[in-house]
Design a protein around this ligand. Sequence first.
Ligand SMILES: Nc1ncnc2c1ncn2[C@@H]1O[C@H](COP(=O)(O)OP(=O)(O)OP(=O)(O)O)[C@@H](O)[C@H]1O
Ligand SMILES: [Mg+2]
Length: 314
Amino acid sequence: MESSNSRQAQGKKLTPSMISNYLDQYVVGQDDAKKTLSVAVYAHYRKLGRQRQDDVEVVKSNILLIGPTGTGKTLLCETLSRIARVPFVTANATSLAQSKYVNEEIEALLLRLLDKAEGDIAKAQHGIVFIDEIDKLKAAEGEQRGTSGEQVQHALLKIMEGASVRLGAQTFDTTHVLFICAGAFVGLENITAKNQAYGFISVGAGEDQHILDRLNTRVKPTDLFKFGLIPEFAGRLPVIANLHNLSKEQLVRIMIEPRNSIYNQFREMLKDEGVELDIEHAVFQQIAEMAFEYKVGARSLRGIFEEIFMPVLY
Ligand SMILES: Nc1ncnc2c1ncn2[C@@H]1O[C@H](COP(=O)(O)OP(=O)(O)OP(=O)(O)O)[C@@H](O)[C@H]1O
Ligand SMILES: [Mg+2]
């Protein structure tokens, strides 16, 4: 799906704020992650132009998105892929870990980049690879199914380190491919808090608490090792952006505001039937209240919404 907005944007120079504005149309809140992604994609895109003239070597900064389930990690990257002006492909770490042929899967990923670049190898080599559910690659205790997560980390490490991969007759240099990884990292907050609360624990209450919370939620590479990522792998993801739990107000906005919001979808559906749907704000607040209790971010909104309105629609 390509919106008229993203098509409009094609002609203009892409700026971080343009990317961020585009993300705003589909993703509610998560401003930190939006900013980080916008700047990174902008810088990456700029580099494509420069590298082609054999200009300065710029170090890329792969990104790790961390945040609770259902708060918009996958949505952000899917939305980003529609506006990024470089080839963009997505992989899922869970399925990579279940595959017997992980190296082949990774080659297939690069082939897809080449495909998106319509065969232009230089363009493909400056593409973006989004790897979702990266936390599922943590070293598993005992269990062995398919390729273990750790082996997948090693396999991915190769292309993240900039190895050249042979694809048929061509050689794919991965030096300038940008990697964006995302995961919920359940339990990481305990590791982070335990490691960092140390020297700060005796600080008094009140406004210091705010500073304390910020410090305590900063994820360090060592926390990622403890969680189960191998050090080299965590070290290849220098930029960490946190997504936050969604507030009830944000849950309400999610049902109403995005271009393809649940409300808009139902309105559209009923308009085809000649019915004008108009839902009171209090109803959305109630749904948000329920969804909030489920603690799966925005994920439960649609289910609750449909449960309430299906009988009416029927
Ligand atoms: N910030 C948000 N703005 C708008 N919609 C959202 C937001 N967060 C979640 N949603 C809605 O909830 C659904 C699930 O979100 P998403 O798949 O992005 O979660 P996630 O963070 O990737 O979770 P998980 O860790 O479980 O994969 C999305 O399809 C979207 O409809
Ligand atoms: Mg996801």
